[in-house]
Design a protein around this ligand. Sequence first.
Ligand code: PLP
Length: 405
Amino acid sequence: MSEAVASRPLRLSQRSRNVSPSASLSVEARIGEMRAAGEPVISFGVGEPDFPTPEAIKEAGRQAINTNLTKYTPAGGTVVLRKAIGRQLEADTGLSYKPSQITVTNGAKESLYLAFQALCDAGDEVLVPAPYWVSYLEQIKLAEATPIIIPTDAASDFKVTAAQLALYTTPRSRIFILNSPSNPTGMVYTEAELQSIAEWARSNDVIIVTDEIYDRITFTESYARWLRVAPDLADRTIVINGLSKTFAMTGWRIGYAAGPEGAVRAMAKIQGHSTSHPSSISQHAALTAYTTDLSEEITRMVGAFQGRRDWIVAALNEIEGVSCLVPDGAFYVFPDFRGVLGRELAGGVVCQSTAQLAEYLLDQAKVGIIHGEAFGLPGYARLSYALSLDKIQEGVGRIKAALTA
Ligand code: PLP
């Protein structure tokens, strides 16, 4: 190689250049640096339960190591785990799923990635209600498909309606992403809302990707599950779920996709050439999560989230210029900060956007929030309440002080 060639920067693929980094990971990285420099930052950015993984699951992980379950498993996961997931799916949906209809992946994130890779061709359109979880857009782009953003607002609790879907449907529409409970809004769809979406889906050639990763973290009886409402659409539905949130297992990286055999086989084929399968140790621990009664632990965690939600919603609504809906699931609030934009704040600063506001709060109040721009809805921001009530109270107190002139 000539010296001139060696000194040139490496050319990166167009694909990689098209991908935006995750806003929440960038904020977390900056917070990490500030903390390392001794700054007492409170982060509302985290998207994971602050509770430890239940002891029985951790013990199963230790056992897996001790008994040498440390080798390759079938691509797509062990059959025992897929059977256990099938039983969970049956309990949730009333429908039966064979192991060949399930693939176990490195978190739900990989399941989503594989779904877009296996189901989309260049130019296919994926209907994504905004505000949306950040990775959907980038994963859709990586599959060379086109995200079609459907805006929603607080008046509809940030939920998309069948009428809106009809408006955005074209012959290229391929997938609709349903995420309930939602990240970032925490909103959940009711049976009536899903009924009318199902009617739209029945008359259009679309696949429903239902991301149910927060399904156990709900605070309302009115949470409805897609396949309970539209079991006749099971052949056009990919269920995405996993253990990260329900069992506080974000680092174990276990998720799954379930759906029609042909689609799942196509996903598993791509998986077989990329990651093969998640860690055998994590799979063994996941089996315990699905075969042990951990309802007490989950109920305790969800109860704590609900108490924190009640506190943070009330406290945010007391800040002048801030208004916050009551979410019915997940562990996020998505308040409207438009009332504080364009106004002089405590540091003598005027913020024109929530992106600027998030920077200001990090610098001035040492509080991390994720600006709504990252989720496709400027003027709002996401705060996770997966941190102790003490920290939530301290953090919201700091926000209030920083926003008061
Ligand atoms: N879907 C949504 C809506 C999420 O919020 C997340 C994680 O934050 C995921 C999927 C992926 O979760 P994991 O890959 O940890 O299973």
